[in-house]
Design a protein around this ligand. Structure first.
Ligand SMILES: Nc1ncnc2c1ncn2[C@@H]1O[C@H](COP(=O)(O)OP(=O)(O)OP(=O)(O)O)[C@@H](O)[C@H]1O
Length: 225
């Protein structure tokens, strides 16, 4: 077990956010944080990454680990090239030039590395965001909506990258609206709705217990849709 959250809440003035969430993150596994708009996914990720402190409840880390993080959006300085962005962020993480080249290749931006970010499409900026999160050796990789803006080819590549990180022994936590994507690669799921946990645990076990073959159908049933 990497961490255990107990009755974790972060409720904003509008009474929205995350309410009484108890769950665990298991080491070396892929956890998909799923749910619709406003379900509380980013709020939960801000608590995990320490960007916000919980209003109540506890987050107990069994082993404190360095986190690599892909936020849902980064406003990269538009006058910098992809290489310059990666160099800048790599220097903060003391990552050498070999690895900088490797991450740019992994996300398919090596050939356009000298282009300024302002000339990048949304998908290219998202891949640069993914590249910066892959720098370094932090054993916990957290990705907020990593499929946003990616075409089907890059969604398939993202899947491979997440599985490669797991194969290296990393724990991966990612948020998504795409239940089919979550289902394809996640070992564990945490499904949120209106700030509360709808389902959590081992994905295969949950589907078997509920006698459902797809997460989407189970989600629709739980919401009475
Ligand atoms: N800083 C804030 N101030 C007030 N309300 C907030 C704040 N951050 C989030 N919320 C509210 O908390 C709820 C959960 O938001 P959150 O961004 O965590 O959801 P999400 O599941 O990531 O949604 P989406 O898929 O749309 O990105 C929403 O109703 C949102 O309006």
């Amino acid at each position: 077990m990497l961490l255990v959250a107990s009755n974790l809440s972060n409720v904003y003035a509008n009474n929205r956010g995350l309410k009484n969430a108890s769950f665990s993150v298991r080491s070396g596994r892929i956890l998909a944080l799923a749910g619709g708009n406003g379900a509380g996914k980013s709020t939960l990720l801000r608590l995990l990454t320490g960007q916000e402190k919980p209003l109540s409840g506890e987050l107990i880390w069994q082993e404190r680990q360095a986190i690599r993080f892909m936020p849902d959006d980064i406003d990269f300085p538009s006058m910098l090239t992809a290489t310059e962005v990666i160099q800048l962020l790599a220097s903060l993480k003391s990552v050498g030039s070999n690895e900088q080249e490797k991450v740019l290749k992994r996300v398919g931006l090596w050939d356009v590395k000298k282009q300024k970010v302002q000339q990048f499409s949304k998908g290219m900026r998202q891949r640069l965001n993914l590249a910066q999160s892959l720098l370094g050796n932090g054993p916990l990789l957290i990705l907020d909506e990593p499929t946003n803006g990616l075409d089907p080819y890059w969604i398939a590549e993202l899947k491979k990258i997440i599985l490669q990180e797991k194969a290296k022994g990393c724990t991966v936590v990612f948020s998504t609206h795409l239940l089919a994507f979550a289902e394809e690669i996640a070992d564990d799921i945490l499904v949120l709705h209106d700030g509360e946990i709808l389902m959590s645990g081992d994905l295969k076990e949950i589907l078997a217990e509920e006698n459902y073959t797809t997460l989407e159908n189970l989600w629709l049933k739980k919401l009475n849709l």
